[in-house]
Ligand binder design. Structure first.
Ligand SMILES: [Zn+2]
Length: 126
């Protein structure tokens, strides 16, 4: 499935959720699974995960078998908007598009990467 973009309301929900987890968890990472409909990322699933200030990992055993999974979104409370070595091992396990968000959690403080860690433009759609 070719992804054309991400819905603006979903992006805003991701940013505010990541900000909340950061604030309430004392700088913890936020992780979510992204779902697409008709080539647009429109939904995220919150899955049980464990996270610390430097890492977060999903419970793969609880992952739904879902053909609409497009990738993942997670936060880097440090603000470094690039994949870590652990991210590069994790990305290929969960779809092709991976968003990293960081403070100040504004519409410009996120980036999208492909599974191999290369930058990827994702259009924000109304
Ligand atoms: Zn990361």
């Amino acid at each position: 499935m070719k992804i054309r973009g991400i819905a603006r309301d979903l992006l805003q929900a991701l940013l505010s959720s990541a900000q909340e987890v950061d604030r309430e968890g004392g700088g913890r990472e936020f992780v979510a699974v992204l779902r697409e409909e008709d080539g647009v990322i429109r939904e995220f699933l919150f899955l049980p995960f464990t996270s610390t200030q430097v890492s977060a990992s999903l419970r793969y055993d609880l992952m739904p078998l879902d053909p609409h999974v497009a990738g993942s979104a997670h936060s880097h409370p440090t603000g470094a908007l690039r994949p870590s070595d652990a991210d590069l091992r994790f990305f290929p396990r969960l779809g092709r598009y991976h968003i990293i968000l960081g403070p100040p959690y504004s519409e410009s403080s996120w980036k999208c990467f492909t599974s191999d860690g290369g930058p990827c433009d994702l259009e924000v759609m109304e």
